[in-house]
Ligand binder design. Sequence first.
Ligand code: NAG
Length: 256
Amino acid sequence: MTWSTLPAQLFYFTLTLLATLSASTEEDWKPARATYYASYDPLDRVDGACGYGDLGRNGYGMATVGASQALFERGKVCGACFQVRCVEELRYCIPGTTIVVTVTDFCPPNYSLSSEEDGYCNPPNHHLLMPIAAFEKIAIWKAGNMAVEYRRVKCRREGGVRFAIDGHGVFISVLISNVAGAGDVNAVKIKGSNTGWLPMGRNWGQNWHVNADLVNQPLSFEVTTSDSVTLTSYNVAPKEWRFGVSYTATKQFQDQ
Ligand SMILES: *[C@@H]1O[C@H](CO)[C@@H](O)[C@H](O)[C@H]1NC(C)=O
């Protein structure tokens, strides 16, 4: 899960975002900078700080982005969607194109570099890092370090919200992915058939955990995104649920 698993030919790109993010739908475009890392293979992924693991399998594909510390909010922003477009260097921009990417990773600071030079991910820079497959939707690769504009948008997903259950015994860890709407989960409750609703804590990224004996009980989830919308899904996992297995709710946050 560490950034050091990235391919060596990683290129950084800067994003100097002047405004802070919020979950509102009608955001203005904000100025930023962007670059890419070379990864054509969805399996050649970064097992990132959001904990999504296999980005293809978890519904994100290559339309992903790593956010710098100033944006990452210790993983709270994992799952949020940004629409990004190329600006200024018009010889590099592909006119009229935008791409929607999901925050799936962290671009860590390197304090031995200056934030004004190569330390693009250092505070206070707001900085995004995309796989080249996403970057090339809006600019030619020669753009390298590119001026962009971005805004927060609602996420669209196929199918229901996914719950990958891990842990052992009474330690239950759940990775929540494929979340539409605001996309970034900020509260979760779990319920067995013999329990009330138990609040889960954020472990890291979008991994949530609880200590409870829920074996042999169907599991229900109440998931709240950063825009305070709550989705309640009953009996997502059957009574015979197992650690290491992923369960998909029939429900999804509404696209708006
Ligand atoms: C931080 O930058 C220095 C200077 O370029 C480099 O030697 C070092 O490997 C970098 N650290 C990490 C963790 O990338």
